[in-house]
Design a binder for this molecule. Structure first.
Ligand SMILES: Cc1cc2nc3c(=O)[nH]c(=O)nc-3n(C[C@H](O)[C@H](O)[C@H](O)COP(=O)(O)OP(=O)(O)OC[C@H]3O[C@@H](n4cnc5c(N)ncnc54)[C@H](O)[C@@H]3O)c2cc1C
Length: 231
């Protein structure tokens, strides 16, 4: 199948991109296009306007801060996967990235695009929730930070308004000492890899795994309540 008729704009500034979205209730953001264009070809998505953000200034790059790794909207999966600072500071991310689709998809698809698509089976939403990260959304009313657990609301549904662009995602760093590690993260790291500078005892791993399971069960219960509320 082919997509239904749509308009296309490639603005150079964030302000222009937001005003294009705000001016058309059926306009959507186009990032790497790996999910959206297939959905349009199947006519599962029929936007009136695609606002392509790949030329928007300020939406590229990975910034390593003191508390988080900031991933701008146009960072591709593959850039995130291969970034040496990310690999060093949070080995869990590099381990997870190699399971996202295959290399041609990772060369085009964006980390933030995957978060905005909010497929519960995808790796990026899980990683952001697990690490206790957040996204920054910018729209006509300004910027706001949304915690991962508030951002993902349901299947393919986020707290983002139609006229907002997610300009960046913030993933937590792993603290250098096991005693400071968040228990859930420790469990995952211990399961995947154990870097030389982190020592995780067996009892800590057990406690961490328990915490991770409790969090997952709590999240599932919350989702079930939400499903009951709308049914
Ligand atoms: C064959 C195939 C296999 C795949 N396998 C996997 C897999 O194993 N694991 C996995 O996690 N993913 C997988 N994916 C999905 C892939 O990771 C996509 O790249 C990702 O879901 C979307 O990123 P994108 O940049 O291509 O977004 P797009 O397709 O451009 O957009 C996706 C959605 O997000 C919105 N959006 C994008 N960016 C923004 C933004 N900055 N602000 C607001 N809204 C935005 C768009 O409007 C659209 O609704 C696969 C995809 C394909 C085609």
């Amino acid at each position: 199948m082919k997509p239904s008729i749509f308009n296309y704009k490639a603005p150079a500034t964030l302000e222009d991109a937001i005003s294009l979205l705000a001016g058309d209730a059926d306009a959507v953001v186009l990032a790497g296009g790996q999910t959206l264009l297939s959905a349009m070809n199947f006519r599962a998505a029929n936007p009136s306007l695609l606002v392509d953000i790949q030329h928007v200034a300020g939406l590229r790059g990975i910034v390593v801060g003191t508390e988080s790794i900031v991933v701008k909207a146009m960072v591709r999966h593959r850039e995130f996967e291969l970034d040496e600072d990310v690999q060093r500071l949070n080995p869990l991310i590099a381990e997870v990235m190699q399971h996202v689709a295959h290399i041609p998809i990772r060369n085009r698809g964006t980390v933030v695009g995957s978060l905005c698509h909010a497929d519960p089976s995808a790796e990026m939403p899980l990683l952001l929730v697990l690490l206790g990260g957040s996204v920054i959304a910018q729209g006509p009313a300004g910027r706001r930070e949304i915690a991962a657990e508030d951002f993902f609301q349901s299947f393919l549904t986020t707290a983002r308004n139609q006229d907002e662009i997610v300009v960046e995602a913030r993933f937590s760093l792993l603290p250098p000492k096991a005693s400071d590690l968040d228990a859930a993260v420790a469990a995952s790291v211990a399961a995947v890899t154990q870097p030389d500078d982190i020592t995780v005892s067996a009892s800590y791993r057990r406690r961490a795994l328990g915490t991770l399971i409790r969090r997952m069960v709590a999240k599932a219960a919350q989702r079930a309540q939400m499903a009951e509320a709308v049914s």
